[in-house]
Design a protein. Structure first.
Length: 161
């Protein structure tokens, strides 16, 4: 499927599901991997991930297109078009769009493990850290004591996650 076929598909879905024409551009963007599509509020254009179509098929991609069209039509009508807005949630249900797209295989998020720990000299309070920092710039949140940076060796339980 190319961009012109996608444009026709989006226009047809817009008329069938919303009863309002889609008057802007819809294109594929191969760089979209963690999201199924996106709507641009300034240009009103829509981008769709071609990977979603290849991996999950037309039904999932149609649900993504409906999701982006919900953003589009609500924004054009100056109604709540963001994920947290009641108008958006209601329109998603009416047209049968998904709230979130399915993730692509091989792109599961890796959990960051704790590599450092800050320990207070005064009260012994410990603060787990993922990134290194300069302990001289900070004090303990409980007693305002001096902090010491400790390196944590990953254990078997931490490396499995």
């Amino acid at each position: 499927m190319n961009n012109s076929q996608l444009q026709q598909w989006v226009e047809r879905i817009s008329l069938d599901s919303f009863g309002i024409p889609f008057r802007h551009q819809a294109t594929f963007n191969a760089r979209l991997r963690t999201t199924g599509g996106r709507y641009f509020t300034k240009s009103h254009n829509i981008e769709i991930s071609p990977h979603q179509l290849a991996v999950h098929g037309e039904a999932e991609t149609e649900a993504i297109i409906k999701h982006e069209l919900c953003h589009y039509h609500l924004h054009i009508q100056r109604r709540g078009y963001q994920h947290r807005d009641a108008d958006f949630k209601q329109l998603l249900q009416q047209v049968g769009a998904t709230r979130h797209c399915r993730s692509l295989p091989g792109l599961e998020r890796r959990r960051q493990t704790v590599k450092y720990k800050l320990k207070c000299h005064s009260c012994g309070m410990e603060y787990p850290r993922k990134r290194r920092l300069d302990p001289r710039k900070y004090v303990c949140g409980r007693c305002r004591g001096k902090l010491e940076l400790l390196h944590v060796e990953p254990t078997l339980a931490q490396s499995e996650g």
